[in-house]
Every structure is written in C-alpha cells, then in structure tokens.
Design a protein around this ligand. Structure first.
Ligand code: ZN
Length: 342
C-alpha cells in the first residue's frame, strides 16, 4: 500500500491506543534496512513506522555529502516508491532532532512537504520528532507549540519529549544528571500547551527510566507505572480524550513484561534501533565467518565472487533484520492488526 496518509496514520494511532497494541518504529539508514522493515511488517500483517535519525540521514546522503535532510528525503522517496508492493500501511517519521539542528533537518523536511502539497503530491514524512528534552520545559514547549502549529497546517504529527532518555544514540549522550523520569506535573503542562492547538495531533515520548543503547539486564530500572501516573493526571485535568499517545524510546533490551506494561499504559509507538542493528550485523558476521576464504583472497587464491558480492550478505542482513521486526511486532501485540484490506 502507499505510505499511510494523514487520516490513516491518525486511525492507526487511535486504534492502537484503544486496543492496547503498538507499532514498532524502526530506524533505517539505507535502502536495504528500509526494505527489511517493510518485509518484516508485511509478513506480520502489521502496519508500522520507518524512521530516520539525523545521523541516519547524513549517512544515507553519502560520506562526501553528509546532508541529513537530503539523505532522509532519499530514504523516504524510496519507501514511497516501493511501499505499494507490500500489503500493509507504513508511516514515515524522523527521529530525535535537537534544537540546534532543527534548521538542517526537520525544517527543510517540512519545507519539502509543503512544496509537495502545493503540487498535490502526498506528504514526504508523516511525523517528525522535536527533542527539546535538554532545554528547560518552558523553552522546549515554546518551540514545540510553534512547530505543532506548522505541522497541524500540513497534516503532520509532532512527537516531543519531556524528560530525558538515558544512554547514547547517534553520538548524542544524555547528561548523567538528566531527568530520567517524567513527572505528572510535566505532562500536565504538555497537555495544557498542546490541547490549546485545536485539532493538532501529537505523540509524547515520556521517560520512565528508559535508556538508549543496550545494557545487560538489571542495569536499567524501568518504571512503566510512571506512564500510568502521568495518564491518570492528564485525564483528571483534561478528560479522557487528552490521554497521550505515548512513545517508548530506548526499548531495546527491555523484557516482554516491561514492554507489555508500557503498552497497557498507552504506548502506541516503540522505537527500535539497537536490536535491529544487531540482527542485521549478526547475519553478515555469520556470512563472513562461514565464507572466510570466499570473501577474502587467501594465499594467492581468488576468493568467491558469489560470497563477496555485497548483495549476498546484505540479503542475509535484510532477512535477519526482518525476523527481528517480526519479533517486535509480536512483543507489541501487533500481529494481524493492519488496517489494509487487500
Ligand atoms: Zn530515542
């Protein structure tokens, strides 16, 4: 199916919220990894989200160009072209964009969507994340509200973050002193400012001890009950409708129980990067070790072209990553939930 339109994307989110399942949002950096996500989603009969980070966009544009917006546009264009061949809906999203790179990432991408809309073409991305979590909440929300107004005009959904996800992603490290747990007071303030933008749609990355990257069990103290406290406070103040569609960052390495509990409290999107990166590379490592004398020219031999053709091991990476996407769909209770009626 084509990339989801605004109405379909909203419906996806509403349905997940209502039926207590969630969509995997998988970071991709290349055509092959984007194809892996589409394959995994299609084989699970689940809709889902493909996302590009600033670093992923820069990588996709090539090491000489390093233009984060340009690479993100290339990946999105590819997904728009191939998504038709998969019997599910996919939404396109951009991941963490800090205030200092807004002008090089999210703003040019919204500009691009506006140009496409003016030419009666579908939006480039469906949603964008602004990560102002390093700023004081008021400053974070001042920027967020302005962006939300512009997103709303263009049928885009905005994701923001209150509290800080620990760990490191794309070379961006959270401060050791960072606020790893969102408070009900913070979320009430988000709801107050955002519900004032009538009809606008948004997602909230609330933090409950989640950490980017992967740690051995026991290192991270997840407290999903924080999400419940925040939702209850918001519902009490602004009504049931104001309950957030939540995003779970740093989900890699979480237990099934923690994932399901978070989904029960309103998580509709779970970001997955570390675990799918590993799945991709694991299969390639296997290929290289198994075909050692095929991928290398050992002792004056010529190797084996079938083994060192990048397609051979990238195809293994694609298949392995697709399997990890399917596992994520199962964890999030998403199997068979696609809105696409073939
Ligand atoms: Zn994140």
């Amino acid at each position: 199916m084509p990339v989801a339109d605004y109405k379909t994307y909203c419906k996806m989110i509403d349905r997940a919220k209502e039926k207590h399942f969630a969509y995997p949002a998988i970071n991709v950096t290349s055509l092959t990894t984007a194809n892996a996500v589409l394959k995994g989603l299609a084989e699970s009969k689940s809709d889902g989200i493909i996302q590009v980070s600033t670093g992923g966009g820069a990588f996709a544009s090539g090491s000489s160009v390093k233009n984060m917006a340009l690479g993100a546009i290339s990946i999105a264009d590819h997904v728009h072209r191939v998504a038709d061949h998969y019997p599910i809906y996919v939404a396109l999203h951009t991941d963490h964009c800090q205030a200092d790179v807004l002008d090089r990432f999210v703003i040019p991408l919204i500009d691009e969507t506006e140009r496409r809309r003016a030419a009666s073409r579908p939006n480039l991305f469906n949603s964008h994340m602004f990560d102002g979590s390093a700023l004081p909440l008021k400053e974070n929300l001042d920027i967020s509200v302005k962006l939300l107004e512009r997103c709303h005009k263009n049928e885009l959904i905005l994701e923001i973050e209150a509290g800080v996800v620990g760990g490191e992603e794309d070379g961006v490290k959270a401060e050791a002193s960072a606020k790893l747990y969102t408070t009900p007071e913070d979320t009430l303030e988000v709801a107050r400012r955002f519900t004032a933008v009538k009809g606008a749609r948004y997602l909230l990355a609330a933090t409950f001890g989640n950490v980017h990257g992967v740690y051995k069990p026991g290192h991270v103290k997840l407290k999903p009950s924080i999400l419940k406290d925040c939702q209850d406070a918001v519902e009490k103040a602004y009504g049931k409708e104001a309950r957030f569609a939540l995003v779970f960052h740093g989900g890699s390495g979480s237990t099934l129980q923690e994932i399901r509990e978070a989904v029960d409290y309103g998580v509709v999107k779970m970001n997955i990067d570390t675990d799918t990166q590993y799945a991709f590379t694991r299969a390639i490592a296997h290929h290289m070790l198994k075909n050692y004398d095929g991928v290398l020219k050992v002792d004056g031999e010529v190797g084996n072209k079938k083994n060192y053709d990048p397609r051979s091991y990238l195809a293994s990476g694609e298949a392995s990553m697709a399997e990890r996407v399917k596992e994520a769909v199962r964890d999030l209770r998403g199997e068979g939930t696609t809105l696409f009626k073939g």
